[in-house]
Each structure stands twice: as structure tokens, then as C-alpha cells.
Design a protein around this ligand. Structure first.
Ligand SMILES: [Mn+2]
Length: 328
């Protein structure tokens, strides 16, 4: 695509949002708390400014997010298309071809954003797209109700592992603090997002850990989720979020990889890294992208081939960063 992407300041963006009226807001494929929380908060906020907006996602929204989802007033013809937390147009999944070249605005926090939209508001220092959406709505003078606060808190907390990751800043906490003044149900959201898992998911984790592999002097952990494991435990793709993060709790691991089988010979890879490694550099080598500590990509082929490709990319990054690579 050779269309030019205009980079917007917060003021430009707010002027644009004031000018237009009927919005369709797109989330990424396999929607997570940030893309959904940001999209719905933006919808609710714009509605308080007498705009109309509807959220569209190519995948089924996991029911655990129901507490902030309300799809009322969606019966209108959209004029303006916004993508939130979508770093690459390919991440629109089945909506990709329908919206190719038609995204009027992208609001994002991924440094790897491919500038596919006509306009881009990018804050790569934001820990979550929800941080950007809060600032935008605040600047626009939108009214925040409890539902909006819950949506934004979900985005902030899920993209930061409940405010634990290196991406969290003073600003992240200040925004969270403002959400408390609006009456956010933080404790309940934390329980749903971080302390609750289905029995199926627990069974799946057991199978995944049994097959865990360690490489490069135990600095790299690989967790594979095969279709067989998904079938055996009854876990569908929406229940596989956060498998890569399981590696974070293992002492000495600086590269955690999850390989999820999505179809025969089709895999979705999530990468979590600690200093000095850069997950986005590893995934870029494999055709994907993301952040320094968390990134992803999609690969095709047999599981063993895919795994070998990933390990080669991890090895390259370890060598680049001189991360004490030992042969294993
Ligand atoms: Mn995000």
C-alpha cells in the first residue's frame, strides 16, 4: 500500500473526532482487554458528545468482558472508520479485505504500527491503548461514567499484567487513580481478569506444562498448545490468552514462547521477553511485531519446523544482545 499516513497530534485528533459524527470502531482479531476496553470506552465517550459509534470485531467477544459491553444505538450508517490497538491491518482478521484502504483513523500504542490508516495517533510510551483513549476523551471533554471507567481499567490492567510490567508509568497510575474517582470496579475486574480461570483452562495448563521445553541454558521456555490439547480439555481459542505469560514466573527465563495451533499447520506465536532481549525484534524476523517485552507473529508449517524457526530467531537476538548464550 502506498497511501500516505498522516501522523496526528492529540489536538489534531480531537479536532477530527469533533468534525465527524457516525463512527465504526474496529478491534483486533482474538480481541483482548485493551482493544475491547479502548473501543467500547471510545464509543461510550463519543456518545456523551452526541456522536454515534458501534464496535465491530471479526471474532466472538469472550463472555468474561460482558460487564462493560453494551451494544445499543448501533442502527446508523457509519461514515468514519477507527481502528484501536490494531498495529497492522492484517490483525483485523476476516475484516481485513473489507476495510483495506478505508481506515480513516488508527489510535495505537504499538511502536511497530505499520501506518496502514489514513491518519495515525500513536503514543508508543503508553502502556495500553486505553491510556490514549482516556487522554483523548478527557481532552474532548467527554463524560466518564462507571461503564466507561470499567472498560478503560480493563484495558490498562490487562495490557500491564495488572500494573506489573515495565511499560507502566506514573501516568498509567494517574489515569487509574482518576478511574477510581469515577467508581471503577477495580477489585472485581482484577478478580475476573487475573484470579479466575475455567476448569478447562487449568486442565490445559497441566498438559502444556507437561510438554514444556527449555533451550539455551534454560533461558528460553517454549510452551506449545496443540489442537489435540484444545480438544481434549474443551478450551477454545478464546481461552488461550496468557499462556506465554506462564513463562514469566520461571526463574532464569528471559524468553518465553507460546505456540498455539489455530488450524492444521497454522500457528500463532506469542513472545514474552525480559532485558536485554527485545520480543518485537524476534517477531519482526518472523514476519510479526509488537512491543519490546511482548510481541507475536503467525507461522505456517509443521510444529517441529515452526519451533525450529522460532528458536533460530531467539538465538539470533540472544547473540545480538550478548545474552550469555550457551549451547543446548
Ligand atoms: Mn494494547
Amino acid at each position: 500500500m502506498s497511501n500516505v499516513c498522516e501522523i496526528l497530534t492529540l489536538a489534531d485528533l480531537c479536532a477530527f473526532l469533533k468534525e465527524n459524527n457516525n463512527y465504526v470502531i474496529l478491534t483486533h482479531v482474538a480481541p483482548d482487554g485493551d482493544t475491547l476496553g479502548s473501543a467500547y470506552a471510545l464509543k461510550y465517550g463519543l456518545e456523551t458528545l452526541n456522536k454515534r459509534a458501534q464496535v465491530v470485531c471479526c471474532d466472538k467477544i469472550p463472555h468474561k468482558y460482558n460487564y462493560f459491553i453494551e451494544d445499543s444505538n448501533v442502527d446508523f450508517a457509519p461514515e468514519c472508520v477507527i481502528a484501536v490497538d490494531v498495529a497492522d491491518i492484517k490483525l483485523l482478521g476476516d475484516l481485513h479485505s473489507q476495510f483495506e484502504g478505508k481506515i480513516d483513523l488508527c489510535i495505537d500504542h504499538h511502536i511497530s504500527n505499520t501506518k496502514y490508516a489514513k491518519r495515525l495517533y500513536l503514543d508508543a510510551d503508553a502502556s495500553a491503548a486505553a491510556e490514549c483513549v482516556f487522554e483523548i476523551l478527557d481532552e474532548l471533554g467527554a463524560t466518564f461514567d462507571r461503564k466507561t471507567a470499567n472498560a478503560l481499567y480493563t484495558g490498562l490492567s490487562t495490557d500491564t499484567g495488572c500494573f506489573k510490567y515495565a511499560s507502566v508509568t506514573e501516568k498509567t497510575h494517574k489515569i487509574a487513580a482518576k478511574l477510581y474517582t469515577i467508581g471503577v470496579d477495580a477489585a472485581e475486574i482484577n478478580r475476573i481478569m487475573f484470579d479466575t480461570k475455567s476448569k478447562n483452562r487449568l486442565e490445559l495448563e497441566k498438559l502444556v506444562l507437561e510438554k514444556a521445553e527449555y533451550h539455551f541454558g534454560d533461558k528460553c521456555m517454549v510452551l506449545s498448545v496443540t489442537s489435540k490439547m484444545q480438544k481434549k480439555t474443551g478450551c477454545d481459542l478464546t481461552e488461550l490468552e496468557g499462556v506465554a505469560s506462564m513463562s514469566r514466573s520461571v526463574e532464569g527465563v528471559i524468553a518465553g514462547v507460546s505456540i498455539k495451533q489455530v488450524a492444521k499447520d497454522k500457528f500463532k506465536i506469542s513472545m514474552r521477553t525480559y532485558d536485554p532481549l527485545d520480543a518485537s525484534a524476534i517477531c519482526k524476523e518472523l514476519g510479526g511485531g509488537g512491543h519490546k517485552a511482548a510481541a507475536g507473529c503467525a507461522l505456517t508449517g509443521r510444529l517441529s519446523t515452526v519451533k525450529a524457526q522460532i528458536l533460530a530467531a531467539v538465538k539470533n537476538e540472544m547473540e545480538r544482545k550478548n545474552a550469555g548464550l550457551t549451547t543446548n
